[in-house]
Write a protein that binds this ligand. Structure first.
Ligand SMILES: NC(=O)c1ccc[n+]([C@@H]2O[C@H](COP(=O)([O-])OP(=O)(O)OC[C@H]3O[C@@H](n4cnc5c(N)ncnc54)[C@H](O)[C@@H]3O)[C@@H](O)[C@H]2O)c1
Length: 304
């Protein structure tokens, strides 16, 4: 199958490209290298250095006729979305509309869209079910929510099918500190280099950490299944910041002695996504334990 991947040079996007190539697909890789790195693709595929908001995307898509568009390119920083909401919306809203226009013009069958657990804000109960109310609390969460709504509209209006994957905190090799699960790469780099680390508040905030190889497996499944649906891609397990620090320290062979600082304004207290509907709808479930995933992540960081 021919598949156009946006955000292909990013952390998750480059793992997706690897997975799609190893499954025998023909990949068209698009990224403007805003936060991605050409090295992540290692020459395995030609990179089209293009902004997703650029009308040239439609020319590329119509020339190559992808059957599916996997849309991962985004402004990924919640903090940046607060300081510059227009920049965030330019990529995450206008860029997403341009991706949908390109997919439609190229006669693509489907878009697989990347949303985030951030769209749930502070949920009523955990783990969050797929039908939980969307309560964006940042411009980033608002722009991801908007993307989800546009996908539904394009399916109604143009018959362009979609699957939305709302990702928990993804971690693994090639991750940079800026993204949503950046804490793992921050702890890993600091602990390997013997620099101090900080845990905020009482260390009791929780997140749901899902390994990148498991995440790209959900995209591979969504190429053919999950028509017109949205799924949470997480483990359902909450890990506190303090426990995460202990696990990364153990994987890095470093002392588990973080410093502390007050909670930061806007930090959400707890998150976990229920993976059960994704098992029903996509046949997907997380397979990598946090210990296994952290061992692989630390090994990669050591080798850099
Ligand atoms: N990492 C996580 O924990 C997490 C959680 C939830 C959702 N997501 C989503 O997953 C997707 C991938 O994120 P990631 O963690 O791999 O981050 P990333 O920064 O590594 O990847 C994003 C990629 O998009 C590219 N990009 C940004 N703006 C662009 C533009 N205007 N045109 C073309 N390319 C552009 C960047 O260069 C980068 O390669 C994003 O949509 C992000 O919002 C990530």
């Amino acid at each position: 199958m021919r598949i156009l991947v946006t955000g292909a040079a990013g952390f998750i996007g480059s793992h997706l490209v690897d997975r799609l190539l190893s499954d025998g697909h023909d990949v068209i890789a698009v990224d403007n290298l805003a936060s991605g790195r050409r090295d992540n693709l290692g020459g395995r595929v030609e990179l089209h250095d293009l902004d997703i908001a650029d009308p040239a995307l439609t020319a590329l898509a119509t020339a190559r006729s992808p059957e599916v568009v996997c849309h991962l390119a985004a402004q990924v920083s919640v903090r940046r979305s607060v300081s510059d909401p227009l920049l965030d919306a330019r990529t995450n809203v206008m860029g997403t509309i341009n991706v949908l226009e390109a997919a439609r013009a190229a006669g693509a069958r489907k878009t697989v869209f990347t949303s985030s657990c951030a769209v749930y804000g502070v949920p009523d109960s955990l783990p969050v079910g797929a039908d939980a109310e969307l309560r964006p609390k940042s411009p980033y969460a608002a722009s991801k929510t908007t993307g989800e709504i546009y996908l539904r509209a394009y399916r109604e209006l143009h018959g362009l099918d979609y699957t939305t994957l709302a990702l928990a905190n993804v971690y693994g090799p090639r991750q940079t500190p800026e993204g949503e699960a950046g804490v793992i790469s921050i702890f890993t780099a600091a602990l390997l280099e013997g620099r101090p680390t900080i845990v905020y508040g009482d260390g009791g905030n929780t997140r749901d950490y899902v390994y990148v190889a498991d995440v790209v497996d959900a995209y591979a499944r969504a190429l053919e299944t999950g028509s017109g649906e949205r799924f949470n891609i997480g483990t359902g397990v909450q890990t506190t910041d303090r426990r995460l620090h202990a696990l990364v320290a153990a994987a890095a062979g470093a002392p588990d002695e973080p410093g502390t600082a007050p909670f930061r304004l806007g930090d959400l207290p707890a998150m976990a996504l229920d993976p059960a509907p994704a098992l029903d709808g996509l046949g997907w479930k997380p397979r990598t334990s946090l210990e296994e995933g952290l061992a692989a992540t630390v090994a990669w960081a050591r080798g850099r």
